[in-house]
Write a protein that binds this ligand. Structure first.
Ligand code: PLP
Ligand code: SF4
Length: 335
């Protein structure tokens, strides 16, 4: 069910250091020549390329249309202006009571714990977000804690980013220990793509703070295609579950990458085989630079209608979109 990969375990921070940053190196690793190279200089200066090697290992050698490759290879088509696509499509600038905190929905607060990611996804809705690469300073963490204490209805903290697992475990466990002391909190959620691109990120230190947390821990991974899931990830997910975490996945519906019935069915089945339940499948946010990945809501609903005929209900992600001003994610029924 899940393809076997044999690679030597490395420390995750080494994988960050050795991540591929140029199209030519990426194509060489995949046995592709320059003919397959879209012009990318402008796209790269707007949003640099960054791809860890364990993710590249899951791309198909010689396939210029590989669905993993297409998610990360810069392409100047991103630079074409498109009406209706903006730099802050989710209007998050208007919902930030303080730096690093997004409180849009009742009882859940989202903390932008780190500004950077281990991979730069070309469709990313946060690609224009004015993050610094820095993690939150101690005093910003203090003000997050004060904000939560001042809002007793908050019972779930979502660490997001960027990618919150870019933080060192020593720092994460310190922050989480502090959250553990707030009696109002029930759940800690981590939104991360890091374990997908560098499975070694799930290390002993991380498993320890998951296990030690008094809060229920939910790890929401981000993968978009079944080929992203292999036996190494399955092993890491098992360890997470043994440490007490619930493991879910959210993906983005992307034209040319996962917008077919086969791709969606394979993704859900691979996820389940690796111990992960599908949670959300988002339609693309209208981000400047992402228009060429977009499909209409109508098309998405019809696609998911066909997918629903093939999958048990528990393997159907909710087709969702974040609409500024709404009190929750908007869910679209499969048609
Ligand atoms: C998506 C999101 C959440 C979480 O929503 P759920 O439906 O609970 O997954 C919370 N806060 C913000 C700002 C979000 O964008
Ligand atoms: S990992 Fe998530 S936040 Fe980071 S670039 Fe990819 S989609 Fe964006």
């Amino acid at each position: 069910m899940i393809p076997i990969q044999n690679t030597e375990p490395t420390h995750w921070t080494d994988e960050l250091v050795h991540a591929v940053k140029t199209p030519s190196e990426l194509l060489t690793l995949l046995g592709l020549d320059d003919r397959h190279l879209p012009s990318s200089q402008n796209a790269m200066s707007a949003f640099k390329m960054l791809i860890p090697r364990p993710f590249i290992a899951r791309m198909e050698y010689g396939n210029a249309e590989d669905p993993l490759l297409r998610q990360v290879l810069a392409d100047d088509i991103e630079m074409q202006p498109n009406a209706g696509y903006s730099q802050d499509p989710l209007d998050e600038g208007n919902h930030t009571p303080q730096k690093a905190l997004v409180h849009k929905y009742e009882r859940r607060v989202l903390v932008i714990a780190a500004g950077s990611c281990a991979v730069n996804c070309r469709y990313c809705f946060r690609r224009h977000f004015p993050y610094s690469d820095n993690q939150l300073a101690q005093q910003e963490w203090d003000s997050v804690i004060h904000y939560i204490e001042a809002n007793p209805s908050i019972n779930e903290v979502i660490l997001s980013g960027g990618d919150p697992l870019m933080l060192k475990d020593s720092l994460l466990s310190k922050h989480i220990a502090r959250l553990n002391t707030l009696p109002q909190l029930k759940r800690l959620r981590i939104h991360t793509r890091l374990p997908i691109v560098i499975p070694e990120r799930i290390n002993a230190e991380l498993l320890q703070w998951v296990e030690d947390s008094k809060l229920d821990v939910i790890m929401v991974l981000h993968s978009n295609h079944g080929n992203e899931i292999d036996n190494i990830i399955a092993k890491k997910v098992l360890q997470l579950k043994q440490a007490g975490a619930t493991v879910l996945n959210q993906g983005v519906l992307l034209k040319g990458i996962n917008d077919t019935v086969e791709a969606q069915v394979a993704l859900s089945e691979r996820l389940f085989a690796a111990g992960i339940l599908p949670y959300y499948m988002f339609t693309l946010d209208p981000i400047e630079g992402g228009a060429h990945f977009d499909i209409s809501i109508d098309t998405a609903q019809r696609l998911m209608g066909q997918v629903a005929q093939k999958l048990p209900g528990y393997l159907m992600p909710r087709l969702a979109k974040e609409i500024p001003g709404e009190p929750a994610k908007t869910i679209f029924a499969p048609l």
